[in-house]
Write a new protein. Structure first.
Length: 176
């Protein structure tokens, strides 16, 4: 099996970075959920907070790398304008827009990926900041912890929807 440069970058963007963020979310969310003072010892709190600080920071970094590689490496190949008489299947955006049955993938799906997907790293960074800045408060103030968990869920949801659209768009019009 061999991959073209474009396929390799698409795999790095979606399968490695994107999937890494989505998979790591479960650990981070479980870490936030388990920050209940009645369940933890003083030693357990220290250990959990260190793991949570680094875990959320790494997840925010992965989220930024995913969006940046998608926007500045993969997306220009998707958006390339075909020369006159070129094979449209080699130009995903033009291929999708040319077929009325597939044009919705570009009109809605790529719009989500182009713009809304940027919300995920912003929210993931906000969560990492809040964990670093107010770590012990997450244990004492359950309402604040729940707010951070909602931000974390929103980061996951925007990344998950963008990833789903990316997979479906790539299925309909791969970047070769």
């Amino acid at each position: 099996m061999s991959l073209t440069t474009r396929e390799l970058w698409t795999a790095i963007h979606g399968m490695i970075l994107g999937a890494g963020f989505l998979l790591a979310f479960a650990g981070g969310y479980a870490g936030l959920y388990s920050l209940k003072s009645e369940l933890l010892t003083a030693e357990g709190i220290k250990e959990r907070l260190v793991r949570l600080k680094w875990g959320t920071s790494i997840m925010a970094l992965i989220s930024w790398l995913t969006v940046i590689t998608g926007t500045y490496i993969v997306y220009p190949w998707y958006r390339a304008t075909p020369p006159e008489g070129a094979d449209m299947s080699l130009y995903p955006r033009s291929f999708l827009k040319a077929d009325p049955a597939l044009s919705g993938w570009h009109v809605f799906g790529m719009e989500w990926k182009e713009h809304v997907a940027w919300i995920s790293p912003i929210l993931a960074t906000a969560v990492a900041y809040l964990v670093w800045r107010y770590g012990p408060m997450l244990i004492k103030n359950q309402q604040f912890r729940k707010i951070v968990m909602v931000l974390f869920l929103l980061a996951f949801a925007t990344a998950g929807i963008a990833g789903l659209f990316g997979a479906l768009i790539t299925k309909a019009a791969p970047i070769i």
